[in-house]
Design a protein around this ligand. Sequence first.
Ligand code: SAM
Length: 397
Amino acid sequence: MPHIVFEKNSLIKTPIKDKNIEFLFTAVSYHTEEQNRKTEYKIAVKNEDKEFLLTIKNKDEDFLIKSDKTTRISPVTFIKDALNSYVKLNNSKTIFSNTNNLKQKKEQEHKYLKDINYFVDEFKTSKEIQIEIGFGSGRHLLYQAKNNPNIQFIGLEIHYPSIEQLLRQLELQNITNVLVVNYDARLFMEFIESNQVGKIFVHFPVPWDKKPHRRIYSNEFISEALRVLKVGGTLELRTDSRKYFDFSLELLTNLNKANISIDINKDLEVTSKYEDRWKKQGKNIYDVVLTSKNEDNMTDLNYDFSFDFTISFERFLNHIPYKAIILKNFFVHIEEFYTIIDEENSGLIKVTMGNFDRPVTKYLLVKNGVISYYQGNPLPTSSNIQAHKKLKEIVSI
Ligand SMILES: C[S@@+](CC[C@H](N)C(=O)[O-])C[C@H]1O[C@@H](n2cnc3c(N)ncnc32)[C@H](O)[C@@H]1O
């Protein structure tokens, strides 16, 4: 991680500009005497259209400056340039720096690899959608995509080498109807509009026989799957794990919006890498197909994450609820505070919130009592929306 150790000096006055890099404000950590924490500074930087924070800490007799983890951006050159520029403006002697000869990681963009924000802000299709969860070697997904050119496929995977392998195959085989996302499938469905999906394939998911709570299937996952499936659409589990099979049957029976059908050792047109392996070992293969019977209400992907009131930051600091607030499907944990130097009623509030499996850490920027999410709003998942509502209550104390 790029950083510079420089001789302690009084910090530069912000705002200040150095070519295209602007240092917008300096904030200092706030803590009570009993907390006995070390002082830390956050410097807000704007470079072209990117905003992020730098952190300054004491390092023995000197200062250490680096990027703030939560707001880190890419490419790393933006951070490196900001660090160099800050130390130069500060007129301090550099004791150590690793910001000059960093090898730049080549970040290759691929037209079919999409960031989760693409699904929140841009994704629209008039085609039927089919989703494969944990596509692994991609054999099944490639087969389906080639044979169904009018379907828009979305492949979800968390293992990056598998993603790279699939992207290479899409190019080699000239397949244009697959989008790939590196995202946890348990949470992805939230970003798809209701009643748009024809099929969801979950083939040979990690069985997690000893930790069933980590499985893809859960009550929440199934209700989200039913929401996105059209009437007649299917959620298809194929597994060699008898325990996963029994577990999913338990979750799927008695749903009043769907039918289920089960099979054993059914042949499909294409066998995946895992299926080949289990078949060679003589294992049974179980199928559970859930068919949606109901149309669902639309969810609101355009949720408004604004704070429609102003606060007294000072008053807030005196009434901080330090403990994490944990509710059924979400939590809110206010972690740290920084007051902006030379600005009235302004500061940063660091908060971790949302879903227990995929929490998000954000800074709230308070400027003259007006609050907004620094670097933009959280993704509009149901747990983030609930956490935001709770956060509004907390900060308005
Ligand atoms: C046992 S492999 C099966 C791969 C492929 N479906 C097959 O049949 O050959 C399970 C795959 O699911 C992926 N995976 C596990 N948990 C996931 C999650 N929460 N979201 C998306 N993919 C996941 C793993 O990285 C792995 O590639």
